[in-house]
Design a protein around this ligand. Structure first.
Ligand code: KDO
Length: 334
C-alpha cells in the first residue's frame, strides 16, 4: 500500500466511523410514528386490541415503530378518521362499514341489518374473494388500506325505559341514538325508530338526561361504556353482526418497505384475533351480567324485524347500489 493510499484509507475509515457515530443515534430516534385514533373506551376489546398491535410490532420490529394509541376519540372525532387518514393526518384507525359506504356505495350491503349471519360468516366473507374485491375498491377510493376485520359484536337495542317491543312497529316514536351519518340513521329508521344522531362519547349523558330514549350497540360495548347504568332494558334484536376494519393510510403504508408492511399487517391481524376471541367469549356470557345489574333482557319477534329491515333496505337507494348477485354470493358463503 502506498503512503497516499494508506492515508486515503484511514481518512475514509475515520469518516465512516464519524458518520456511524452521528447517524446511529439519529436513526434510533427517527422511528416511524403510527398514530391511532378510535372512539373506543379503554375497557372495550377493540381498544385493548391496539396494545396487542403495539406489542406485536415491538416484538417483530424492535425499535422501528412508535405506536401512539389515542382512545375516546381524543385525537379525531368519531367518523372523521377516514378523511384524516386519506389526507395523511392520521396513520391508523378502525373504520366501519358505514364509513366505507359513503365512498364505496356497494359496501352498504354490510350496513344493512340481518345480512351477515355470525362472526364466523363475517370472517369468511371478508377474508375471501368478496372481501378482496371490496377492499381493493376501498384502497382506490378511500386512500386507506384495510389490514384486518374486527368483530365489533352483534348490535342490540338498549332502552332507557322498559317497553314491550316485539316488532318494528313497537319502536315507533322511540328516539334511538345512532352515530351521526345518514347511513347509520337509515338503519335506525329501518328498525322502526326515530333515529337521532349523536357521537358515541355523548351517549351516556344522553341516556341519563333523557335527550334520547335508547341506543343500539353490541353488548360488550354497552358494558364497557357503562350504558347499563342509565338504561333499563335490552331488546335482543341482533339486527347487525357488526364489523370494523383496521385500516392504515395509503401514504403511511406505501412508505413502508415490504418487510415492514408484512409486520404491520401481521400485528393488525393479531390485534383483531385478540378482539374477536375475547368479544365472542364475552357475548356468550354477558346477558347474566345485565340481569344482575337489574336490566330486563327481552326477546322480540326477530323474524318480524328481519323481514321488515331487509325489505326496507332492498327497496332503498342503498339496495340499488348492490351489484347484481352480491347478496346471493354473501349468503352462499358457508
Ligand atoms: C357507535 O357509535 O355506536 C359505534 O358502535 C359505531 C362503531 O362503528 C364504532 O365507531 C364504535 O361505536 C366505537 O368504536 C365505540 O365503541
Amino acid at each position: 500500500m502506498t503512503l497516499s493510499n494508506s492515508i486515503r484509507r484511514r481518512t475514509l475509515l475515520g469518516a465512516a466511523t464519524a458518520l456511524g457515530a452521528a447517524t446511529l443515534p439519529a436513526m434510533a430516534q427517527s422511528k416511524i410514528v403510527l398514530r391511532i385514533s378510535t372512539p373506543a373506551v379503554p375497557d372495550d376489546w377493540h381498544a385493548k386490541m391496539w396494545t396487542v398491535f403495539k406489542d406485536a410490532l415491538e416484538k417483530s420490529a424492535p425499535g422501528e415503530f412508535d405506536v401512539q394509541i389515542n382512545l375516546n376519540a381524543s385525537l379525531f372525532k368519531q367518523g372523521t378518521e377516514p378523511a384524516a387518514m386519506a389526507r395523511g393526518n392520521l396513520e391508523l384507525s378502525s373504520i366501519s362499514a358505514f364509513d366505507i359506504a359513503k365512498l364505496v356505495p356497494e359496501f352498504s350491503v354490510f350496513t344493512a341489518g340481518y345480512i351477515v349471519r355470525d362472526p364466523d360468516h363475517q370472517q369468511k366473507v371478508f377474508n375471501g374473494p368478496i372481501g378482496a374485491e371490496l377492499f381493493k375498491a376501498v384502497v382506490e377510493k378511500m386512500d386507506v388500506t384495510p389490514l384486518s376485520t374486527v368483530y365489533l359484536g352483534t348490535r342490540q337495542v338498549n332502552l332507557r325505559e322498559v317497553r314491550n317491543v316485539k316488532t318494528p312497529a313497537d319502536l315507533k316514536g322511540v328516539k334511538l341514538r345512532m352515530p351521526g351519518s345518514k347511513e347509520w340513521l337509515f338503519l335506525g329508521e329501518a328498525l322502526g325508530a326515530t333515529a337521532t344522531p349523536l357521537a358515541f362519547g355523548e351517549v351516556y349523558l344522553g341516556l341519563k338526561t333523557g335527550t334520547i330514549d335508547g341506543q343500539d350497540n353490541p353488548l360488550p360495548s354497552v358494558r364497557a361504556a357503562k350504558f347499563y347504568e342509565v338504561t333499563k332494558q335490552i331488546v335482543m334484536t341482533s339486527h347487525l353482526v357488526d364489523g370494523i376494519f383496521i385500516a392504515i393510510s395509503n401514504k403511511s403504508f406505501n412508505a413502508l418497505n415490504a418487510a415492514q408492511k408484512q409486520k404491520v399487517t401481521a400485528a393488525a391481524q393479531a390485534a383483531s384475533a385478540f378482539n374477536n376471541e375475547n368479544r365472542i367469549k364475552e357475548e356468550g356470557q354477558i346477558v347474566d351480567f345485565f340481569k344482575k345489574e337489574g336490566l330486563q333482557v327481552t326477546s322480540p319477534d326477530v323474524d318480524a324485524f328481519r323481514k321488515s329491515v331487509q325489505a326496507t333496505y332492498l327497496n332503498s337507494e342503498y339496495g340499488k347500489t348492490w351489484p347484481k348477485g352480491l347478496l346471493e354470493r354473501i349468503n352462499a358463503v358457508k
